[in-house]
Design a protein around this ligand. Structure first.
Ligand code: ZN
Length: 159
């Protein structure tokens, strides 16, 4: 099974081409993501009343289940590095940030924002990509390497 990769196998043999296409796409768009991230962080520092990080109820639930503190989540949003970025519809943007907490815990935080309001972000979910549930990432959690269909027992609600 392609999603049941052994610990020493960091690439999915079936998905090398798609992984390369994603890498090429991200090379184009991550500078945009980084610019929006900077705008967001600058907003947090200079205009606290209008700039805001909202925690989506889903994220709140997940962060409690996964024992991710609110401070850790905020830290991650502030210090994380944009790893993936997608446009959903004309205005909605989704960004995946990767970073380490002060305790050295590697986490992903997924945020969404309206491109017209890059100073207001919503944290959608947070998780440790090196847990088995996120089978499509590399071992170091910093690249998507697999696009195969999910395992039969995989629950999308887990993400
Ligand atoms: Zn694959």
């Amino acid at each position: 099974m392609p999603y049941d990769r052994s610990p020493d196998q960091d690439e999915c043999p079936l998905c090398a081409e798609r992984a390369a296409r994603l890498a090429a796409y991200l090379e184009q768009v991550l500078p945009l993501a980084e610019a929006d991230h900077e705008t967001f962080l600058k907003g947090l520092q200079t205009h606290p009343p209008t700039s805001v990080l909202r925690i989506h109820p889903h994220a709140l639930k997940r962060q409690i289940e996964r024992m991710i503190g609110i401070g850790e989540l905020r830290d991650l949003v502030e210090t994380g590095i944009p790893m993936e970025w997608f446009a959903e519809g004309p205005q909605w943007r989704k960004i995946l940030l990767v970073g380490e907490t002060v305790n050295g815990r590697l986490l992903h935080v997924v945020c969404g924002y309206d491109s017209a309001r890059p100073d207001a972000w919503y944290a959608i979910t947070a998780y440790d990509p090196r847990q088995g549930k996120w089978w499509w990432f590399s071992q170091d959690g910093r690249r998507r390497v697999c696009f195969c269909p999910p395992p039969p027992d995989w629950d999308p609600d887990e993400a």
